[in-house]
Ligand binder design. Structure first.
Ligand SMILES: [Zn+2]
Length: 355
């Protein structure tokens, strides 16, 4: 497999989770606020403009497309990502069925192997890696058009979507502030030996633990403090994975038909099948963090709080998001027009690590 031409390589990882302001601005493709941007475009308002671009909603600068096969159907699919109006959120549109499906947990219809959204019998599967890429780049509003039943798996990570968005002009700030979901009380869902929890914290953080009875995966634990730059360097490139015997059985059952060594890490008894090996020594737990970000994105808002996952997967993550939304006293909505607003609310949204 040819390494994806993504600008962040494993060796570029710094472990840095508190990038400086310049670091944020150094994001390839980052654009100045767009024409509908209300603040900070006049002379002498440079600081206000920079601050606002971190706190205001964002969309894509241009329409971009990504092609690939569907992991489960094996079908060739093209997905188009288009700019969308402030407040519209992420909305999928199946062009072949002319059905819109908002990317919200209320539309989750299946969590086996991947997260699938659906409405009126029309589905969009494997949304989590694309959702993670959009969350990672701070995109609040986008229309996702596709002509098939699942988002292409591409290389099994979020990196190809990030790369395509950056190559297509990056993102642009809009006229309305982001609406942050601020955790106030812990919410937890439990299944056998698995746990997924959200709890109050000053910024968006994830703490994931996996435990597979396999010498190459075994127990892996990683904490991650979200920032866009840390997402790009530490998480976005981590690929989905599966065990060789499960993959072979799935192929025989007509599942994961598009699965190959080009879009997943496949693990045999004592080795990784992929000739290029792993992108990170702990790529597996990093991918779990990526999946959790993609699943939490179905809240429809950026989060201020800590996610803790112990052997959690898509089903538990979806249950956690549903459980949170069913407990209005567990969270508050926060809009911050400037740094002072957030500081007085006791909130350190990721942006302020950059200032
Ligand atoms: Zn995944």
């Amino acid at each position: 497999m040819t390494p994806y031409p993504f600008c962040y390589t494993a060796s570029a990882e710094t472990g840095e989770t508190t990038p400086d302001f310049k670091g944020y601005l150094g994001l390839r493709g980052a654009q100045p606020p767009g024409p509908d941007f209300a603040e900070g475009s006049g002379a002498g308002s440079r600081w206000r403009s920079l601050e606002a671009r971190l706190l205001y909603q964002r969309t894509l600068h241009n329409r971009i497309t990504v092609r690939g096969v569907g992991l489960h159907s094996g079908r060739a699919i093209e997905v188009a990502l288009l700019p969308a109006a402030p407040g519209s959120g992420i909305v999928f549109y199946r062009t072949d069925a002319q059905v819109e499906i908002p990317a919200r947990v209320s539309h989750v219809v299946e969590t086996r192997l991947a997260t699938t959204l659906g409405k009126g019998g029309v589905q969009v599967g494997t949304v989590e890696h694309l959702m993670a890429a959009l969350y990672g780049l701070g995109v609040d509003n986008a229309r996702i058009e596709l002509d098939g039943p699942e988002v292409p798996i591409v290389d099994g990570s979020a990196a190809p979507f990030v790369e395509a968005i950056q190559r297509g002009g990056g993102t642009v700030a809009q006229s309305r502030p982001k609406r942050f979901l601020v955790l106030k009380r812990p919410v937890e869902v439990v299944g056998e030996d698995r746990i997924a929890r959200l709890e109050p914290a000053e910024s968006f953080q994830l703490d994931c633990f996996i435990d597979f009875p396999h010498p190459l995966v075994s127990r892996q634990h990683r904490k991650f403090v979200f920032s866009d730059r840390a997402f790009l360097s530490e998480i976005a490139r981590a690929r989905t994975f599966g065990f060789g015997k499960d993959v072979d059985a799935m192929h025989q059952a007509g599942l994961a038909l598009g699965g190959s060594l080009d879009n997943a890490v496949v693990i045999d008894d004592f080795s990784v099948r992929n000739p290029e090996g792993l992108r990170f020594p702990d790529e597996f737990v990093r991918h779990k963090i990526l999946d959790a970000i993609g699943d939490l994105a179905l809240l429809g808002a950026p989060i201020v709080g800590r996610y803790v996952g112990r052997k959690a997967g898509h089903a538990l993550n979806a249950a956690l998001v549903e459980s949170l939304l069913a407990q209005p006293r567990a969270f508050e909505w926060g809009e911050f027009r400037n740094k002072k607003d957030a500081v007085s609310a006791g909130v350190q949204v990721p942006a302020f690590r950059l200032a």
